[in-house]
Design a protein around this ligand. Structure first.
Ligand code: B1N
Length: 837
């Protein structure tokens, strides 16, 4: 099956290779020790856990490269259609454990390492957590990569190789401090640098118009050139020989030296100018669900989009000569509007460089691009000023005006005189400071647009994209998010994974989550339930040990572990959570010791990063820490209530926290959380949900049953009216319980938390955009129901098992299958394994 261009040479290489790298104990050990000596240049008689981690990773990479090369070779020779997932964020998390499990070598490596005195689990902890993303959107991209490879879909991820990932969060005096995350300082054994895959990327300059064969043409000239260099990370699938690729771009100065400044004696400033090039891919913007309109961010976007589009086109041209075939060979998915400029870059190349006419070019663009919307929050909908785009990307601005011009002509034809509609649908928002609406641009350039959960898709169809939905009734559709069961059950919770495998009598469910349904039969099986309980307890013990290690706080294992971990944002309402905790604390204080003993003990854990410039989010972190300081040291309370702010929440922390959780909070104001994905992970790990009817919670409740969750709060159709009433001063008086909580905060019960006072005052004034005060009562009721249910452990565990057995819909494998069928039109292509040939 392997087709080489030079048969003789191929035969020789084949003989030299003899076989693929061995997977037996001796071969694994030999390759690790060789990497210690020859790659790391350490002595093979004494190497640290970190050295061993690196050498082990290199030995794994060798094995990955075999399948990675074979996969690419096979896809190229068969000229298959590929999916390209364009994202400014990939929140991968650690790779070693996931990789070993996907390629089915964890056991071999564990034993091989143990035999030479190393503990695999300890090596896992040596790995830095690559965190090139903010939250859900970036983590979704990572889950999708795992599912794409597992489903044997030819697919490449494209992104930026930031030098600094999301900052590390350190808590000082209860406040968040941000520490830069230079994740590459210890080297990155998983990537392959590609010095030969480089593209020049232009910025600024001007367009020159000229005539060619009677056609007016344009060319972008001048400005500055920066180079993009590729770094590849193999992406193995679970239980397949297929191995996909994640290609990340790094910026470099262009090679030609600026002799003019050199001759003027301005050597140093010419070097300085070159260094500015490297700055482009330095740092991930740490905002989740909000736009930062900085020029550098737009530069990052264009830099990455241009390199990617050029790379995709080069790959297409290797095997194809007719541009009309492009949509049959490539599907480009835009992960939100952040890579929107890729569409315009593609159009520019087709028209200015490939000399296609507008109609042809537009058709090709439109049939190959599609766009996912991840939010309706106005502060997150990207717009860029016409002035900035014209300055940085003058030709692209012209093309955007042209796209808009043709589109406005169509609208005017269909709705003559409806200027209001034209204004709404225009890519350009008119005004003193004209803006380009990137979402409108994306919708126009795409053949499909999707939301990320049923409710969210309905909302974009009916609100922000209403006019587009009327005009293109078949364009906007739903693709409910999912998460990979490999990382989120099998790796994060190995004991649970083993128990499920034991009950189902094989491990196929890891690759086909539909099979987990069968677990339902064990929901009341005493022996099984006991094992279920034991596993949760062990996971809680592991978390308690971690909390002790990190914070020095001892948390009881017999308490209910109640967890809210996600980016800190007002719409996610961590504030409502901590207000309830205060209420619980005050209630406990009112009780006699005898009464207190009857209360269900709780450990409340809150974790998440606030964007560095998001003042209110940072105030909430301070309040949580301040409440923890008082509650955790209150002798009356003891182990009945503990409040933990878990610092530096990240993917690897999630892998410890989620399996240990019993209750998790997904309590956003209805209509504001597009989907949420950790809710799915918690359900898969036997955790119950307290939540609002928002995002994917709605579908989770459809699957697991509303009575197996704790649902509360205003529904999405009620929110606007309530908000209106609140802001009109017609708000219900704050209830007694909540008033008492506010009084405690304001009077200094939790020390100096004056940073939160303005927020509390506006809540009392009815300026409650997120409906915290409105939903508080029904939240308290839901929390009471949680306590009552937890007292009935039999019921609780049954709900927990039912949740897991009904979680199959939320596998990202299901999500990816839907994208493949209705958006990308690509097939699964298993490549032949070495034993086949
Ligand atoms: O995308 C996730 C969803 O599950 C979440 O509900 C949603 O909040 C999240 C600008 C975003 N939407 N928008 C962003 C991230 C970075 C940025 O610079 C916006 N993140 C989401 C996956 O669908």
């Amino acid at each position: 099956e392997f087709i080489y261009h030079n048969e003789d040479k191929a035969k020789k290489i084949w003989e030299l290779m003899q076989t693929y790298q061995g997977v037996d104990q001796k071969s694994i050990q030999r390759s690790i020790v060789n990497h210690v000596e020859y790659t790391l240049a350490m002595t093979r008689f004494n190497f640290s856990d970190f050295g061993c981690y690196q050498a082990t990773a290199f030995s794994m990479r060798d094995r990955l490269l075999e399948s990675w090369n074979d996969t690419n070779q096979y896809f190229t020779t068969h000229n298959v259609k590929r999916v390209y997932y364009l994202s400014l964020e990939f929140l991968l998390g650690r790779l070693m454990q996931n990789t070993l499990n996907n390629i089915n070598m964890e056991k071999n490596y564990r034993e091989a390492l143990l035999d030479i005195g190393y503990d695999l689990e300890r090596l896992y902890d040596e790995e830095v957590d690559p965190a090139l993303g903010n939250g859900g959107l970036g983590r979704l991209a990572a889950c999708f990569l795992d599912s794409l490879a597992t489903l044997e879909v030819p697919a490449w991820g494209y992104g930026i190789r930031y030098d600094y990932g999301i900052f590390k969060q350190v808590i000082r005096d209860g406040y968040q401090c941000e520490v830069p995350d230079f994740w590459l300082s210890g080297g990155n054994p998983w990537e392959i640098e590609r010095p030969e895959v480089v593209y020049p990327i232009r910025f600024y300059g001007y367009t020159e118009k000229y005539e060619e064969n009677g056609v007016e043409r344009a060319q972008w000239k001048g400005g500055e050139i920066v180079m993009a260099k590729a770094y590849d990370t193999p992406v193995p699938g679970y239980n397949t020989f297929n191995c996909n690729n994640l290609r990340l771009w790094k910026s470099l100065p262009a090679q030609e030296f600026d002799f003019q400044s050199f001759n003027k004696g301005d050597y140093l400033s010419s070097v300085e100018m070159k260094q500015r090039a490297e700055y482009i891919t330095s740092v991930l913007y740490p905002n989740d669900n909000s736009q930062e309109g900085k020029e550098l961010r737009l530069k990052q976007q264009y830099f990455f989009c241009s390199a990617t589009v050029r790379d995709v086109i080069r790959r297409f041209k290797k095997n194809n000569s007719d541009w009309k075939d492009f949509p049959k060979k490539a599907a480009l998915q835009l992960n939100d509007t952040h890579p929107a400029i890729a569409a315009v870059e593609f159009l520019r190349i087709l028209i200015d460089e490939e000399k296609l006419d507008w109609g042809e070019a537009w058709k090709i663009l439109h049939s190959s691009f599609s766009y996912t919307n991840h939010t309706v929050l106005p502060e997150a909908l990207e717009t860029w000023s016409v002035g900035l785009i014209s300055h940085l990307l003058p030709r692209h601005m012209e093309l955007i005006f042209l796209i808009n011009h043709y589109f406005m002509e169509d609208i005017a034809k269909k709705y003559p005189g409806d200027y209001q509609r034209m204004e709404e649908m225009s890519i350009i928002a008119e005004g003193d400071d004209k803006q380009v609406r990137m979402a409108n641009l994306c919708i126009l350039c795409s053949h499909k647009v999707n939301g990320v959960a049923e409710l969210h898709t309905k909302l974009i169809q009916e609100t922000i994209f209403k006019r587009f939905h009327e005009y293109f009734p078949n364009k906007i559709e739903n693709k409910t998010n999912g998460v990979t069961p490999r990382r989120w059950i099998h790796c994060a919770n190995p004991k649970l994974s083993d128990l499920i495998t034991e009950a189902l009598e094989d491990s196929e469910w890891i690759g086909e989550l539909e099979r987990i349904e069968y677990l339902e039969n064990f929901a009341e099986d005493e022996e099984f339930v006991q094992k279920w309980i034991d596993i949760k307890k062990q996971n809680k013990e592991k978390l308690a040990a971690k909390v002790k290690e990190v914070l020095g706080i001892k948390i009881p294992v017999n308490a209910l572990y109640d967890v809210q971990i996600k980016r800190i944002h007002e719409y996610k309402r961590q504030l409502m959570n901590i207000l309830y905790v205060i209420h619980r604390y005050l209630t406990l204080k009112d009780m006699t010791p005898g009464e207190r003993e009857k209360v269900v003990p709780r450990v409340v854990i809150i974790g998440g990063k606030a964007a560095p410039g998001y003042h209110n989010a940072k105030a909430i972190i301070k309040l949580v820490n301040a409440v923890g300081d008082i509650v955790n040291n209150d002798k009356d309370i003891g182990d009945i209530l503990k409040v933990i702010f878990y610092p530096n929440y990240c993917v690897s922390a999630a892998q410890t926290l989620i399996p240990a959780s019993e209750l998790s909070q997904h309590i956003s104001t209805a209509g504001m959380e597009a989907s949420g994905t950790s809710n799915m992970k918690f359900v898969m790990n036997g955790c119950l949900i307290i939540g609002t009817m928002d995002g994917a919670n709605v579908e989770i409740s459809e699957e697991v049953g509303e009575d197996n969750m704790f649902i509360f709060g205003a529904r999405v159709h009620e929110v606007d009216d309530i908000r209106h009433r609140l802001f009109a001063g017609e708000h219900n008086p704050i209830g007694k319980r909540l008033q008492r909580v506010f009084d405690a905060i304001l009077s200094g019960t939790f020390g100096d938390v004056s940073i939160i006072h303005p927020i509390i005052h506006s809540l009392m004034d009815g300026k409650d955009y997120y409906l915290v005060t409105e939903d508080f009562d029904s939240y308290v009721k839901a929390q009471n129901k949680v306590d009552d249910t937890y007292r009935d452990q039999k019921k609780w565990n049954m709900m927990s098992i039912l949740g897991v057995s009904r979680s199959a819909k939320f596998s990202s494998d299901r999500t990816i299958e839907e994208y493949c069928d209705s958006i990308w039109k690509v097939d699964r292509i298993p490549i032949p394994t070495p034993s086949d040939s």
